[in-house]
Design a protein around this ligand. Structure first.
Ligand code: ATR
Length: 268
């Protein structure tokens, strides 16, 4: 039977997920297609009602539905519960399940490092920071801290996840093994060219990870590279969260190199 997949979000804007998953289906001759479905918050309830009658085999979920969609599911994974958000829906027989593949997406490129940093600073305290913190804890990073422009939000996260909270103005005062940007600073549009880190505050032993993937090389990553740091682009997190979704839906491993090539071309 032909299978239907898609992504819901609002406003959906441009998303690379259809290109990625449709390429994967093509690679394996899977009879399926993946579409972009803009669903407004007001329409989420009726959409989620239809999902059980209209045969949708799996869904990617993005902003602003990552939390609210959980009310419509039969089960959520421990990981999604920890993050407090899902980005993937799949069926386990007749049970509609929610997973958060952002966590494994975030972790994957860190697992490829020769040595895992033992300290990490997370910049920002929004939804993305939650998945990053869960990932760092899952990896076993010993010292994890969060810094945010609005200190109260960092403090709340630090208390919930039992990590440290650093003052935003003091974020560059101590050395970190890994610094991860989860703020929109550097993103194409209004934030392009901005960075949450001073160029002269990078040291060569640091790993700089930006979860922003458009542009491919943010100012944060460019400055880090110039300082001799190892850098990880948000494209890797996006790629690996997508590979994990594809695996959940089809049981198949998409060709990682081919998929990366596809995304790199789409972002050029
Ligand atoms: P997401 O869910 O994608 O993580 P978000 O919830 O809007 O997005 O979070 C964005 C984070 O980036 C927030 O922590 C925000 O800080 P505030 O809590 O102070 O709003 C941070 N952020 C946004 N713009 C910023 C800026 N110009 N400088 C520093 N931090 C910024």
């Amino acid at each position: 039977m032909f299978k239907s997949y898609g992504i819901i979000g609002w406003p959906l804007g441009h998303t690379m997920s259809p290109a990625l998953h449709n390429w994967g289906f093509g690679e394996f001759d899977v009879e399926a297609s993946y579409a972009a479905w803009p669903v407004s918050p007001d329409d989420l309830s009726s959409f989620m009602g239809q999902i059980r009658t209209r045969p949708i085999s799996g869904l990617s979920v993005t902003i602003p539905h990552k939390q609210t969609v959980m009310d419509y599911l039969d089960a959520i994974s421990d990981r999604a519960a920890q993050v407090g958000a899902v980005n993937t829906l799949y069926w386990d027989n007749d049970i509609l399940c929610g997973e958060n593949t952002d966590v494994v997406g975030f972790i994957a490129p860190l697992r490829s490092l020769d040595q895992l940093p033992d300290s990490a600073l997370v910049l920002g305290a929004g939804g993305a920071a939650r998945a990053v913190i869960v990932g760092l804890k899952e990896l076993g990073v010993q010292y994890i801290s969060v810094a945010n422009r609005t200190r109260s939000k960092a403090k709340e996260l630090a208390e919930e996840f039992k990590i440290d909270c650093i003052d935003w103005n003091a974020r560059m005062d101590t050395p970190w093994g890994l610094v991860c940007n989860t703020t929109p600073l550097g993103m194409s549009g209004d934030f392009e060219g901005l960075s949450p880190w001073s160029a002269d505050a990078f040291t060569p032993d640091m790993v700089a990870y930006d979860i922003v993937y458009n542009p491919l090389e943010t100012r944060f990553l460019r400055d880090a590279k110039t300082a001799g740091c190892k850098t990880i682009s948000g494209l890797e997190m996006f790629l690996h969260q997508g590979l994990a979704q594809f695996r959940l839906w089809t049981g198949l491993d998409m060709n990682e190199t081919g998929a990366r090539h596809l995304l790199l071309n789409a972002l050029k």
